[in-house]
Ligand binder design. Structure first.
Ligand SMILES: Cc1ncc(COP(=O)(O)O)c(C=O)c1O
Length: 426
């Protein structure tokens, strides 16, 4: 029954029985965790064979001895792999160290302090600069802006990606906006895939934004499908070529959630001009990446077909976890008017919206019953969720039996907080 259809007496009785349930969960002494958006050990096991992929042969396809210094742009075979992953040309791809987040930080810092195309283009020359942040979004993108003193402006997500009317109008009216964060496929945390129209409009932003605008296109979940025949994301760089805006994008990705999250290979895709400038800067910091790890990856996953069949093994391990969360949510909350949630076709998260003003309370109650959830507000710049409603659920790391125990606790917290709020309003 819908929350709003209950009489006051019925709500009082419901509050009492839910409080009893809350007390019982508290006594059970649970210690569970739904916060961690990382692969479980059985997913990491899928790549254990990579350890022996070199077997004493340290020569890359072009004869490079990967044990030695050099090769700033990465091994040719890994640049080709990254190019396919990001949808750009190998000559536009840098294969780097273990983290795409590091590359994002470095690229934003580079644009800010040193200039994407020479000192005159540095954002710092223009005073207070800003980034557009589709919300809810990935907390670590927002942390990069905070660390570098870049002001963040929220833009709402829609089912087809960021609200593009709003994005275009903000960019037309404010030339201090120098960048925009995007997770275009299986957005973290809301799971959307940008539509073809959104991608085409994104590719035209470089023509309406102020000078040296960059879209930070974090395609972290590009091959992380949970279903067969997954939806396809349109190719941003191709759209940019059509509109003559190749310089306006920085495309990133990595094998963190393909092979090993602490020991993958990260990539950045940039126009050849942008890449030349970025590599010149990078060369003041490093002689080259870990090419041994790159070669291990190239030998372990040598074709795109290998990659897709490897990702199917991941899906087989994590889909049952996503399905179990969905089963609990739909059995526990459908038709109750106490919240909405996403049913993603890939990626690492389920996004749950409570009634306005209840995310903090639900997370607090859930924590008190022994289940950790990502802190409220994490999915918004400055950790400020204006409606205090968004909660990110990460099902990959806990095992199925832990999820089965944790979800009834979460549902109890949602019900209890919603009933109490309704009672207060009467
Ligand atoms: C959207 C997004 N981008 C980047 C990362 C981290 O990527 P990497 O391990 O390559 O630094 C994550 C990890 O959760 C993520 O969700």
């Amino acid at each position: 029954m819908e929350l709003n259809a209950y009489s006051k007496d019925q709500l009082v009785a419901l509050e009492q029985s839910l409080t009893q349930r809350y007390d019982d969960f508290k006594k059970a002494g649970l210690n569970l965790d739904l916060t961690r958006g990382k692969p479980a050990a059985d997913q990491l096991d899928l790549s254990n064979a990579m350890e022996n992929a070199l077997n004493g042969n340290f020569r890359a396809a072009d004869g490079t001895d990967v044990r030695n210094y050099g090769g700033l742009e990465g091994l040719p075979e890994m640049r080709a792999f990254g190019a396919q992953l990001l949808g750009v040309k190998p000559s536009e791809t840098l294969a780097a160290g273990n983290s795409s987040l590091t590359l994002m930080y470095q690229y934003v810092q580079f644009c800010l302090l040193f200039g994407a195309q020479g000192a005159d283009s540095a954002w710092k020359n223009e005073g207070n600069i800003k980034f557009l942040c589709p919300v809810p979004g990935y907390d670590r993108h927002f942390t990069i802006c905070e660390a570098l003193g870049i002001e963040m402006l929220n833009v709402p997500m829609t089912a087809t990606g960021p609200d593009m009317d709003q994005v275009e109008s903000m960019l037309k009216n404010d030339k201090q906006i120098k960048g925009m964060w995007c997770v275009p496929k299986y957005s973290n945390p809301s799971g959307e895939i940008y539509s073809d129209e959104t991608v085409d409009r994104m590719a035209q932003l470089g023509k309406i934004a102020g000078a040296n605008f960059r879209i930070m296109w974090d395609n972290a979940y590009t091959v992380h499908d949970l279903i067969d025949n997954p939806p396809q994301l349109a190719n941003l760089m191709d759209a940019c070529r059509k509109h003559g805006t190749e310089d306006s994008v920085c495309i990133t990705g990595s094998t963190s959630k393909i092979t090993m999250a602490g020991a993958g290979v990260a990539f950045v895709g940039l126009s050849e001009t942008n890449l030349k400038h970025f590599c010149a800067w990078l060369s003041s910091m490093t002689i080259g990446p870990d090419k041994i790890n790159q070669l291990r990856h190239a030998r372990f996953i040598s074709t795109y077909e290998d990659l897709l069949s490897h990702m199917k093994k991941h899906a087989a391990l994590i889909k049952p976890k996503f399905d179990l969360v969905q089963k609990h949510l739909s059995e526990g909350l459908t038709g109750k008017g106490m919240g909405n949630w996403t049913v993603p076709q890939g990626g690492y998260f389920i996004s749950f919206d409570t009634l306005n003003g209840l995310a903090k309370e639900v997370i607090k109650l859930t924590n008190e019953m022994g289940v950790k959830l990502t802190p409220a507000g994490s999915t918004f710049p400055y950790k400020k969720d204006p409606n205090d409603c968004n909660i990110r659920i990460a099902p990959t790391f806990p095992n199925v039996s832990e999820i089965d125990k944790a979800m009834p606790v979460f549902i109890c917290a949602v019900e209890l907080a919603s009933v109490r709020q309704r009672l207060k309003s009467l």
